[in-house]
Write a protein that binds this ligand. Structure first.
Ligand code: ISE
Length: 342
């Protein structure tokens, strides 16, 4: 089916799940992404589906599998809750249409690997996983610097991931599977290696953190050649959204994510401070990257292909995060053994 899309003037897209992320994708697809139109909306909340569909000039389909199989759908964006992803991605593979699936690809390494194997048995790729940082200009620049040898041999990667706030159910496991998962993908993207082990240290928690939960945590990833990645993760800082990455190489270092777009110096002599705006959340910080990601998905789908982060990237991240959840529990270093790449 993907081949039938080659040269299509306008890709007709179904969006499954229109919470914060899905609604944002619908808006981008309707207003800024070229060559695509949202035709079908699906969401468990009927009111929400109606409102978003009405604004986008799309129709509502209450059954997600029927939405994937609809005649007026050429490609699918999945932004539904993670537990639905395995079934919905599988239905896209069954129909043979391209799918951009928000992370996680699925909720376990086993089901993610099953998807990798099923896709590998098809004539071409159909799955792009929503690791949008790979489309962020700063990450792309940092990767180019590394691959061009601009900082010598990469040695260490330091990642900071501070969320301003989160819903009450966002616990220490979700800090790994929902937040650190991006750092896992960034580490694999920047260093070009798989992660071989993960360990989690739990410093004194912020006041107000429920018993049995840890906020912040420090995550240590070790790559297959022994490079070390540190990740500082906060679920709730009460301040803005801060995501920084510093690469230390044998010939220098480079840092991104400093919100240095606008620097201001304010305040009276002796009592001034300097600084600029801090993004309030990930949607604002990565707005351009999300748009670029969607445009890349649409452009490739219209040519009958898919590129960008693959099902294998989704599987590798799921395997590291499952080990990470165990590392939170045990405090031990947990090794990661990936299945063979098909
Ligand atoms: C959220 O689900 C995201 O994907 C954001 O990019 C991440 O920064 C945040 O921590 C997650 O909760």
């Amino acid at each position: 089916m993907a081949d039938d899309l080659a040269g299509r003037a306008e890709l007709r897209v179904a969006v499954l799940g229109v919470g914060v992320m899905g609604a944002f994708h619908v808006d981008r697809l309707s207003r800024t992404v070229h060559g695509a139109r949202v035709t079908v909306i699906n969401d468990a909340a009927a009111d929400r589906a109606d409102t978003i569909a009405c604004a986008a000039g799309a129709r509502v389909e209450p059954d997600p599998i029927a939405a994937i199989n609809a005649d007026d759908v050429d490609a699918v964006v999945i932004a539904s809750p993670g537990p639905f992803h395995a079934e919905q991605v599988s239905a896209c593979l069954d129909r043979g249409i391209p799918v951009l699936c928000e992370k996680p690809l699925t909720t376990s390494p086993e089901s993610a690997y099953e998807i990798v194997r099923r896709e590998a048995a098809l004539p071409g790729r159909l799955i792009q996983v929503g690791f949008m940082r790979r489309y962020d200009a700063e990450y792309v620049k940092l990767r180019t610097l590394i691959t061009d040898g601009g900082v010598g041999d990469p040695l260490l990667l330091h990642c900071v991931h501070r969320n301003p706030d989160n819903r009450p159910e966002f616990d220490s496991s979700m800090m790994i599977t929902d937040s650190v998962v991006h750092e896992v993908d960034v580490a694999r993207f920047l260093l070009g290696e798989e992660i071989a082990a993960i360990q989690v240290t739990k410093p004194t928690a912020k006041r107000g953190t429920p018993d049995g939960q840890w906020d912040p945590m420090i995550v240590l990833l070790t790559t297959e050649t022994g490079k070390v990645v540190t990740v500082e993760i906060f679920a709730r800082t009460g301040v803005g959204y801060q995501v920084r990455t510093e690469l230390v190489g044998s010939a220098g270092s480079a840092m991104i994510g400093l919100d240095l777009g606008l620097i201001s110096t304010v305040g009276p002599l002796g009592a001034g401070h300097w600084g600029g705006p801090v993004a309030p959340g990930f949607v604002e910080r990565f707005a351009t990257a999300y748009g670029t990601e969607l445009q890349a998905f649409v452009d490739a789908a219209r040519q009958g292909t898919v590129d960008g982060p693959s099902a294998w990237d989704g599987y590798a991240a799921a395997a590291v995060c499952a080990a990470g959840v165990e590392a939170v529990r045990t405090g031990e270093s947990v090794p990661i053994h990936l299945q063979p790449r098909p």
